[in-house]
Ligand binder design. Structure first.
Ligand SMILES: [Zn+2]
Length: 95
């Protein structure tokens, strides 16, 4: 079972201004309808554009979509990284 909802194409890193790291909050409802537990609290990377607005939804490099209030921004090195987001961020930076 995939808790990330419908498959989405990963976004290329090249067309974004920066990446923001955020970790899902415990107890939020995932796109699949399941409630997020501790094992779901990975740190995902979200491409952010600099148009100045607050988006109503963000999509991580791995395709996970979140809405405001579902995750906490991470500004220090902590938490388990999402391996897909990490791999896609490195690929975009090098290739
Ligand atoms: Zn991810």
């Amino acid at each position: 079972m995939n808790d990330r909802g419908p498959a989405k194409r990963p976004r290329p890193v090249e067309d974004t201004a920066s990446l923001v790291a955020a970790r899902l909050r415990r107890g939020v409802r995932l796109p699949s309808g399941r409630i997020a537990g501790e094992s779901d609290r990975q740190v995902h990377l979200f491409p952010i554009t600099t148009d100045g607005g607050i988006p109503s939804q963000l999509t991580a490099l791995c395709g996970l979509g979140i809405t405001p209030g579902m995750a906490d921004r991470i500004t220090a090195v902590l938490g388990m990284p999402c391996s897909a987001c990490l791999a896609l961020s490195v690929h975009g930076a090098t290739g």
